[in-house]
Design a protein around this ligand. Structure first.
Ligand SMILES: Cc1cc2nc3c(=O)[nH]c(=O)nc-3n(C[C@H](O)[C@H](O)[C@H](O)COP(=O)(O)O)c2cc1C
Length: 263
């Protein structure tokens, strides 16, 4: 499916890897058979081209093959070795805590390569059934960014120069509605935070902007500006750029106010 300059592929992701229970080490014949059958049926409606080009669908097809193999052989997956990170806990917490929503940017563009580097991390977040539903519509044209920002209700206090505008969207057709109505928000939001932290590590602040209060007219205008198809659901918008200065650290609730630890 083409949408002008941007391309948005419909990822139906009908296969529920978790429901197939492939990760379980205790083998049981025919466990997950209902999920297997419904996934097989759903895949019949997916074109060969999509199976080749959409990693989420390719992943799903692989899961079905794994399921068949496990059922044939009667032995579960061999456990994979655990891969640890070279990032130290303190460094990660530092990145999380020093990240700020900055609304005033240096007069400095953000190049395409940097944009791709930031957005590449969106699909590395966990997503339900590995659907990876995020679609990110971005402009690094400051004039266009400004026009997009002006459509947002929380746009006050920003610099005139806005290097980046981002729309984090989801393709809700990948979900079983209405049961999973919140799922696109969860899946995309986890990816959003990945992008924000990667941007921060590159010296760029990404500030989120609510779209919850948008009018039909604003929604139509924003979609027109960044070529967003009706099939995509806007989850949240954002600006980005190299900060001109910092921001006060908004107080955080304490761990005691947040956690309920049951022993
Ligand atoms: C879903 C969401 C919507 C937000 N919408 C806006 C907004 O419309 N305008 C704005 O200036 N900031 C917005 N923010 C930024 C928050 O105000 C900010 O994250 C919060 O005050 C904490 O500050 P910090 O990000 O610097 O830690 C939003 C944040 C989130 C998570």
């Amino acid at each position: 499916m083409g949408y002008g300059r941007s391309k948005c592929t419909y990822t139906p992701c009908p296969v529920f890897g978790v429901q197939l229970r492939l990760h379980r080490q205790d083998f049981e014949r025919r466990r997950g058979l209902d999920a297997y059958r419904s996934a097989k049926r759903a895949l019949e409606n997916i074109s060969a081209q999509m199976a080749r080009t959409d990693p989420s669908v390719a992943w799903a097809i692989q899961k079905l093959q794994d399921y068949e193999e496990i059922q044939r052989s009667g032995s579960p997956y061999k456990p994979e070795p655990y891969i640890s990170t070279c990032c130290k806990c303190n460094q990660l917490i530092d990145a999380i805590k020093t990240r700020r929503s900055i609304r005033w940017y240096e007069n400095r563009p953000v190049d395409d390569e940097t944009v791709l580097r930031i957005i590449e991390s969106v699909n590395w977040a966990p997503s339900s059934c590995n659907r990876q539903p995020a679609k990110v519509f971005v402009t690094n044209n400051p004039e266009l960014s400004r026009r997009c920002l002006e459509l947002c209700s929380g746009s006050s206090g920003f610099s005139d120069y806005v290097p980046l505008f981002l729309i984090f969207a989801s393709d809700p057709r990948a979900y079983e509605m209405p049961r999973e109505v919140m799922m696109p928000y969860i899946d995309v939001s986890l990816g959003v935070q990945n992008c924000i932290l990667v941007a921060h590590s590159l010296g760029i602040s990404i500030t989120l902007l609510t779209w919850a209060q948008s009018s039909k007219q604003q929604d139509k205008q924003l979609r027109r500006l960044l070529l967003i198809p009706d099939s995509c659901q806007i989850i949240v918008n954002a600006t980005g750029g190299y900060p001109a200065f910092g921001a006060k650290v908004p107080a955080r609730k304490t761990i005691e106010q947040t956690i309920v630890l049951i022993k």
